[in-house]
Ligand binder design. Structure first.
Ligand code: GLV
Ligand code: MN
Ligand code: MN
Length: 425
């Protein structure tokens, strides 16, 4: 049950200039020379500097800040006792070829909403039944430590903190040690308390909104994600002297698997997608048949049963291709999350907020993983998308027009105020 918005609430709007200038300031940390891109892999020095800047802004607003054992940072409006907040947030870690908007918009958009609401309350014209909170969650990208969405997963109790702290990156650096090193191993208990509701603002990272000239994506759910690392072990030998029939070449098997992933996605049709994102050959030399090939496979689908069928077909092909070449296979699951449906009540609230602001919108699933999909396990949750220019993301050219950033943040503002007025029964 949602109480109607007051005229004062309807008149509120975020400050576009302040939002953009914070996004640009954060984007300077880890900036990639000669581009507008950004590299702030989770728990690196750059991540620490980005965290410090955002925490400074949170402090400047007088928010209560909690840091938990996996380094999630949550800032809550003070003065509401133990009332569960309406929470928003996202991540500020990036892939190493990232942009300035993925995740960062959700965090700084949330901060912008809270600053707008605090100013209205200081003027004395806004009642609020619950506090608003904004968080950033550790290692959402999963580019350095797998699985992705690690911080929010631990926050909602989906992984024990003890296990999360032991995860290593590809160079052997350990989550727990890196958290201590950058000063973000905090005392707040895990799993964290469930918010009243959660809503995340994010760039779409795809081309649909731009293609259809629609301003707001009302996100109904997130597709399932299956990440696997395959290590293929063969026989390294001389590239000139070894006849093809006598080779056990893991590079060749990796190439066959890459082709099969594409063919499998084509055969299943949309929304199935499949990607070989990382390939490492050892020793990686022009005249040496490799001893080892390591590849990562990313399969996604909005339907769990179809995703499982794709995984089965993929595994069968890997076994056959490896056996035919006499190559051994070690398989490691890096991440596996089922598709998530968001809460219909929160979806309706987001849609109504967009309509009331006169913004065009459409319902859509998310192709990317997001922290919101973890919060959906513990409280009513949904998401808001804004356009991505050319649909490009995980790329230094990632861009969203300031007017679209503002529109998305205003939908977030209206949605959070509506959620604060909503009793979920
Ligand atoms: C996170 O960005 C993902 O890979 O979906
Ligand atoms: Mn993201
Ligand atoms: Mn991302």
């Amino acid at each position: 049950m949602t109480e109607p918005a007051t005229d004062i609430e309807r008149a509120l709007g975020v400050d576009r200039g302040r939002l953009v200038s914070r996004l640009m300031a954060l984007g300077e940390i880890g900036a990639i020379d000669g581009t507008t891109g950004c590299a702030r892999l989770a728990l690196t020095d750059e991540d620490r500097s980005g965290r410090d800047l955002v925490v400074t802004w949170m402090r400047d607003l007088g928010l209560d800040i909690s840091i938990d054992g996996i380094g999630n940072v949550i800032a809550t409006m003070p003065g509401f006792g133990a009332t569960p907040p309406v929470m928003t947030g996202s991540h500020i870690d990036t892939v190493s070829t990232g942009g300035r908007y993925d995740g960062n918009l959700g965090v700084l958009g949330g901060l912008e909403v809270i600053e707008t609401v605090i100013a209205a309350r200081e003027r004395g014209d806004l009642e609020l039944a619950r506090p608003l909170a904004v968080g950033f969650f550790t290692d959402e990208e999963g580019a350095r430590f797998q699985p992705d969405m690690l911080g929010s997963l631990v926050y909602v109790g989906g992984m024990a903190i003890e296990d999360a702290l032991l995860i290593e990156d590809s160079d052997g650096a350990v989550v727990g040690e890196e958290l201590v090193r950058i000063g973000y191993a905090g005392p707040a208990p895990l799993p964290g308390p469930a918010p009243h509701a959660f809503v995340e603002l994010h760039i779409e990272q795809g081309p649909v909104l731009e293609d259809e000239d629609i301003t707001i994506g009302v996100v109904v759910g997130v597709q399932g994600i299956s990440w696997t690392e395959l290590t293929l072990n063969g026989q390294s030998c001389h590239a000139g002297t070894t006849p093809m029939r006598l080779r056990r070449d893991p590079g060749y098997v990796a190439a066959r698997i890459a082709t099969q992933v594409r063919e499998l996605a084509d055969e299943f049709g949309e929304p199935q997608v499949g990607t070989i994102g990382a390939v490492t050959l050892v020793p990686n030399l022009v005249n040496v048949v490799p001893s080892t090939a390591t590849i990562t496979v990313d399969l996604r689908n909005t339907d769990e049963a179809t995703l499982q069928r794709a995984e089965t077909k993929f595994r069968e092909f890997v076994a056959l291709a490896a056996e035919a070449e006499g190559v051994g296979v070690e398989t490691r699951t890096l991440a596996r999350f089922e598709p998530v449906d968001f809460d219909p009540r929160v979806i309706d609230i987001v849609e109504t907020a967009a309509n009331d602001l006169g913004l065009s919108s459409r319902r859509m699933p998310s192709g990317a993983g997001h922290d919101a999909q973890m919060f959906a396990r513990v409280c009513p949750t949904a998401m808001i998308f804004t356009k991505s220019v050319n649909g490009i993301s995980h790329n230094v050219t990632e861009f969203t027009e300031p007017a679209d950033l503002e529109a998305g943040a205003n939908v977030l503002l209206s949605t959070m105020l509506a959620l604060a007025r909503t009793e979920f029964v």
